[in-house]
Design a protein around this ligand. Structure first.
Ligand SMILES: [Zn+2]
Length: 287
């Protein structure tokens, strides 16, 4: 049986998208539970209002919200539209990153190596084909809950940033384009650099501008993307953050003194560097 590439792309696209929206559902749970210090595994999802366990229908990503008309089946309290939006967004961005770094042929080429003890005539399996994809996913799947938590509570919990640094270090040690040394340097430059900036700001303006959460988060970004990646992520985050800060200052009529959470901008910056790094560098440095 032969399947043309278009059909393959659609089949893989559907599976990756379904995986993505399910991940989005899990990330909603992480963002809700981590700040409240509830386990992310048990108990199963419950209504935030009446704490009744959510029905199987309501648990279906994206569609569950519409099946239940956006209300809890028990207390009829409205469920935030934010949940299906995050699920849909995670699905779309996961599918995008899949086609950016991988394609069905890479996966099909890998399968024989997993299912057989010896190699056929297939090209050699390189796990390195998967590294940029997993790096991008790791940045996205931590960035989404960190952003949601930062917007709501103005914190970036250690429960996410510290494992982020450790797992990031492991991924980078396996990444031939990075290595453990570059990763360690990234942690130092990312966290150290931002800590220095934060202290400097404190001394000059005599008030705290940035939390230690941001410092650890940039250390995490450095662990995954290296010291250059950390600097570029901070650079993009600052530009986008300043832009939004000005817009928000005008809309909210509070002026530039309004403190806005920096975590979401760091997440966008890290995503931009991990996904479009080479294109962005080309765009900045072409002459
Ligand atoms: Zn309820």
């Amino acid at each position: 049986m032969s399947v043309d590439l278009n059909t393959l792309n659609i089949i893989f696209g559907v599976f990756v998208f379904l995986f993505g929206i399910s991940m989005g559902s899990f990330l909603n749970v992480v963002a809700y539970r981590v700040p409240l210090k509830i386990s992310i595994i048990k108990p199963r999802s419950f209504c935030p209002s009446c704490k009744t366990q959510i029905s199987n229908t309501a648990l279906i990503p994206v569609l569950g919200y519409f099946f239940t008309h956006g209300k809890c089946g028990h207390c009829h309290e409205k469920i935030s539209i934010k949940y299906p939006i995050i699920e849909l967004f995670t699905g779309i961005i996961t599918t995008f990153v899949f086609y950016k770094f991988l394609n069905p042929l890479v996966i099909l080429d890998t399968l024989p190596h997993i299912f057989s003890s010896y190699s056929y005539q297939f090209s050699k399996f390189h796990y390195t084909n998967y590294v940029p994809f997993f790096i991008s996913l790791w940045i996205i799947y931590t960035g989404i809950p960190l952003s949601l938590i930062d917007i709501k509570y103005r914190i970036l919990p250690d429960a996410i940033t510290l494992p982020g640094i450790m797992i990031g270090f492991v991924i980078s040690s396996l990444n031939p384009q990075m290595g453990w040394y570059e990763s360690l340097l990234g942690i130092g430059v990312g966290a150290g650099g931002l800590f220095f900036i934060a202290k400097l700001y404190e001394i000059i303006r005599n008030k705290a501008g940035m939390g230690l959460g941001d410092v650890k988060y940039l250390g995490f970004i450095g662990a995954v993307l290296g010291w250059k990646g950390a600097i570029f992520s901070l650079f993009f985050a600052s530009i986008i953050g300043a832009f939004f800060g000005i817009i928000w200052g005008i809309i909210s009529k509070k002026g530039l003194a309004t403190a806005i959470p920096f975590g979401p901008f760091l997440a966008v910056g890290a995503f931009a560097v991990s996904t479009f790094g080479s294109e962005l560098l080309y765009f900045i440095f072409r002459n």
